[in-house]
Design a binder for this molecule. Structure first.
Ligand SMILES: Nc1nc2c(c(=O)[nH]1)N[C@H]1C(S)=C(S)[C@@H](COP(=O)(O)OP(=O)(O)OC[C@H]3O[C@@H](n4cnc5c(N)ncnc54)[C@H](O)[C@@H]3O)O[C@H]1N2
Ligand code: MOO
Length: 410
């Protein structure tokens, strides 16, 4: 590829695109809808949690110092405290309290002995136990304020809301949280050869990119809207894009290469979109074009179905995640080893569709037999994209490789 030297490297292209995107304005969402969002503001704790020191085990609340000498130590049991109950007695030296997991620790006690480390004293009538094991102060005690302290920072702005984070917010009695709103994403297909899946083809092929990209957008946390199919004329593409108002991101597919009816770049320029990049040193996905008008980002994705999915993974998904307030947005990469051999000319980084599975202590990546960009079959079944570096030309069996998990799978 003689023009390869002028193409942008993949990481530089992503850095350039991400520099154009800032987290969107905040909205409040119910916590049950907050999974995968990020906090738009710091959240301070209103409640201390747990509210009191409490037991981490079913057992006996003791004074650790009582067990420092010869074992076993016989202790009278003053009472039993259950989770949801309250201790009435203080654990004085030489006594203990039977306690259940989650019950408040009685005053005087500083540790808990598991009930398995205690032997009941037979008969005698009195409630007594022989403690078989010493404990250190604090053992099996869950300290007050371990999860949250009133008036202190609970979760910082930008924190991604996973299930435990949402649990911490619910624990405060919160029902909703401020998060950057979800990006609105318009999707336009271009091409005279395209029809909708519910139309008679009459010599055309079905537009699979638009519904596929809509699913990818939704999975990435965006709100997709389909703008339909534009014909391969300047007017048709311009008319369709004129309907793309009020969106944070506009995705088009096809018409970005050097074909005689590839009008997308030209129309984007004509409607005032400033072009920030065109063509990246990758395969699939080389003809990607990215621009911005006002606060709206435009991605002209290549038409080949797999190229549009790969460019979505490498560039669009990270952008949507940044708009959603995530800091860590670059595609994840894990280490693996190549099963088989690969060769290519230097110049473009190849993202090879592979099936990776764990074997003998490593993630082994087996390239799929079809690697064309025009066929969706080449993306089906792939678990990862293997990054075959730009300047490399061969990889041998067992070579260490960098693998990007794909987010398009089942
Ligand atoms: N002379 C050159 N030709 C091409 C180059 C090049 O550098 N020099 N690059 C090739 C690469 S790489 C790609 S990728 C394609 C991308 O071209 P476009 O983005 O302009 O896309 P089209 O040519 O219009 O379509 C490509 C292919 O994809 C099918 N397609 C398009 N839209 C859809 C859709 N919505 N759903 C399903 N399939 C779709 C279309 O029918 C074509 O088969 O250009 C190479 N050419
Ligand atoms: O780069 Mo194109 O996206 O190979 O098919």
């Amino acid at each position: 590829m003689n023009d390869a030297a002028t193409l942008l490297p993949e990481d530089e292209a992503r850095a350039r695109i991400l520099a154009l995107a800032m987290p969107l304005s905040a909205e409040w969402v119910a916590l049950e809808d907050g999974l995968g969002r990020t906090l738009a503001e710091d959240v301070m704790a209103q409640r201390t949690l747990p509210p009191w020191d409490n037991s981490a085990m079913d057992g006996y609340a003791v004074r650790a110092a009582d067990l420092a000498g010869a074992l076993p130590v016989r202790l009278p049991v003053l009472e039993t405290v259950f989770a949801g109950g309250a201790p009435r007695q203080e654990v004085r030296p030489g006594t203990c309290v039977r306690i259940m997991t989650g019950a408040p620790l009685p005053s005087g006690a500083d540790a808990v002995v598991m009930r398995e480390r205690v032997r009941p004293v037979p008969d005698g009538g009195a409630d007594e136990v022989d403690v078989l094991e010493a404990v250190v102060p604090g053992q099996f005690v869950r300290p007050r304020g371990e999860d949250a302290r009133e008036g202190e920072l609970l979760l910082a702005q930008g924190t991604p809301l996973g299930i435990p984070e949402l649990g911490l917010l619910w624990g405060q009695g919160m029902l909703s949280a401020p998060v950057p709103r979800a990006p609105r994403v318009a999707i336009l297909s271009t091409g005279d050869e395209l029809c909708r899946a519910d139309e008679a083809p009459r010599g055309r092929i079905v537009d699979t990119n638009a519904p596929s990209l809509a699913l990818a957008v939704r999975r990435a946390g965006g709100l997709p809207s389909l703008l339909g199919i534009a014909q391969d004329t300047r007017d048709s593409v311009a008319e369709a894009l004129s309907r793309a108002h009020g969106f944070d991101v506009v995705l088009t597919s096809a018409g970005v290469s050097v074909g005689e009816r590839d009008y997308v770049k030209e129309v984007l320029a004509a409607i005032g979109v400033e072009q920030h990049l065109w063509r990246v040193a990758i395969k699939p996905g080389k003809p990607l074009v990215v621009g911005k008008r006002g606060s709206t980002l435009f991605f002209g994705l290549p038409g080949n179905p797999t190229s549009s999915l790969v460019t979505f993974e490498l560039f669009v998904r990270p952008t949507l995640r940044k708009l959603l307030g995530h800091a860590d947005v670059a595609p994840a990469r894990v280490s693996g080893r190549l099963e088989g051999k690969l060769a290519k000319p230097p110049g473009l980084a190849h993202f090879v569709r592979v099936v990776a599975s764990w074997k003998d202590g490593a993630l082994w990546a087996r390239p799929l037999s079809t690697q064309t960009s025009g066929a969706l079959r080449s993306a089906a079944a792939a678990t990862h994209l293997l990054h075959f570096a730009r300047e490399a030309s061969s990889l041998s069996h067992g070579d260490p490789v960098e693998l990007l998990p794909v987010s398009w799978g089942a």
